[in-house]
Design a protein around this ligand. Structure first.
Ligand code: NDP
Length: 247
C-alpha cells in the first residue's frame, strides 16, 4: 500500500528529533513529499539534506507551534514547494513531568501551549484547505497518558486527553467532506522527550525506565505509514501502542 503514500504532501511538526524525525525519514523514503517544522532549524536542515541525499523530497521551515502564524507559514511553504497539502502530522510535544505542588507553572503553560494549542493550530492551518479540496488527513499524537492519568503527569495527561477529545470531535465534524482523522497514542518510546523533566530526581528515574523498555522512534513511523496507506474511505481512527512490558 506504499502507493497511497507516494506523492502525498505531508506536514510534520516536531520533526527535529524523535518520532517526527523518524516519520519524516520513513515517509520520504516511501515517496512522500515532507514539509518539516520545529524550532531547531539546524536539525531540520540536516534532516532535509539527508532526505534529499537519499533521493527524497523535503523542505524545512523553522516553526514554533505555539504561534498560529508560524504553523500557517509552514503549510504555505508546503503548498508553494509541492503544490498542496494532503496530511498534517501534529506531533510536536513536551513532557516536563512534575507533581502539581511543585508549582512549575511555566511548564504547565508550555505543555498546554505546545501539546494542545499547537495541535489545534495545526488543525486550523489545514482545515480550510482540506474543506475546499474535500480530502485530507489529520494525524494527532496523544499518548497512553491520553487514556490514563498518573501522579506527576496531571498536566501532561490532561493535554493528551484533550488531544484525543478534540480529535474525535474533529473526526465527526469533517467526515462529511471526506477528511480522515487519526489519533496515535504511544507508550514509552526512546526519544529526547524525557530530557525536559526538571523535577529533582524524577528525570533520571523516568529516563532510566524509558531507556530500558522504550521502543524505537521508527515504531511511530510504521503506525503513521499504516494510517496513511489505507484506502481513502478507510479512517484509522486510533492506534494505541506500547512496549509489551509496559503496564
Ligand atoms: P522529542 O523530544 O524527541 O521530540 C519532540 C519534538 O517536538 C521536537 O522535534 C521538538 O522540536 C518539538 N517541539 C517542542 N516544542 C515545540 C514548539 N514550541 N514548536 C515546534 N516544535 C516543538 O520527543 P518524541 O519524539 O517522543 O515526541 C513526539 C510526540 O510524541 C510528542 O507529542 C510526545 O508528547 C508524544 N509521546 C511521546 C512518548 C515517548 O515515550 N517518547 C509517549 C507518548 C507520546 P524543537 O525543540 O526543535 O522545537
Amino acid at each position: 500500500m506504499t502507493d497511497n503514500i507516494k506523492g502525498k504532501i505531508v506536514i510534520i511538526t516536531g520533526a527535529s528529533s524523535g518520532m517526527g524525525e523518524a516519520t519524516a525519514r520513513d515517509l520520504a523514503a516511501k515517496g512522500a513529499k515532507v514539509a518539516l517544522g520545529a524550532r531547531r532549524a539546524d536539525r531540520l536542515e540536516a534532516l532535509v539534506n539527508d532526505i534529499k541525499a537519499a533521493g527524497g523530497e523535503a523542505i524545512a521551515v523553522a516553526t514554533d507551534v505555539t504561534k498560529l502564524e508560524d504553523v500557517q507559514a509552514l503549510v504555505k511553504a508546503a503548498q508553494d514547494a509541492f503544490g498542496g497539502v494532503d496530511v498534517v502530522f501534529n506531533n510536536a510535544g513536551l513532557m516536563p513531568l512534575s507533581p502539581l505542588d511543585s508549582l512549575k507553572i511555566d511548564e504547565w503553560n508550555q505543555m498546554i501551549d505546545v501539546n494542545m494549542k499547537g495541535t489545534l493550530y495545526g488543525i486550523a492551518a489545514v482545515l480550510p484547505i482540506f474543506k475546499a479540496q474535500k480530502s485530507g488527513h489529520v494525524i494527532n499524537v496523544s499518548s497512553v497518558y491520553g487514556h490514563k492519568t498518573v501522579a506527576t503527569g496531571a498536566v501532561y495527561c490532561a493535554t493528551k486527553h484533550a488531544v484525543r477529545s478534540l480529535s474525535e470531535g474533529l473526526r465527526q465534524e469533517v467526515k462529511d467532506y471526506n477528511v480522515r482523522v487519526t489519533i496515535i497514542s504511544p507508550g514509552a518510546v526512546n526519544t529526547e522527550l524525557t530530557s525536559h523533566i526538571s523535577e529533582e530526581g524524577l528525570g533520571d528515574a523516568v529516563r532510566d525506565v524509558v531507556s530500558k523498555i522504550g521502543v524505537p522512534a521508527s515504531t511511530m513511523a510504521d503506525m503513521v505509514a499504516f494510517a496513511i496507506s489505507q484506502p481513502a474511505n478507510v479512517d484509522v481512527s486510533e492506534i494505541l501502542f506500547r512496549p509489551t512490558v509496559q503496564p
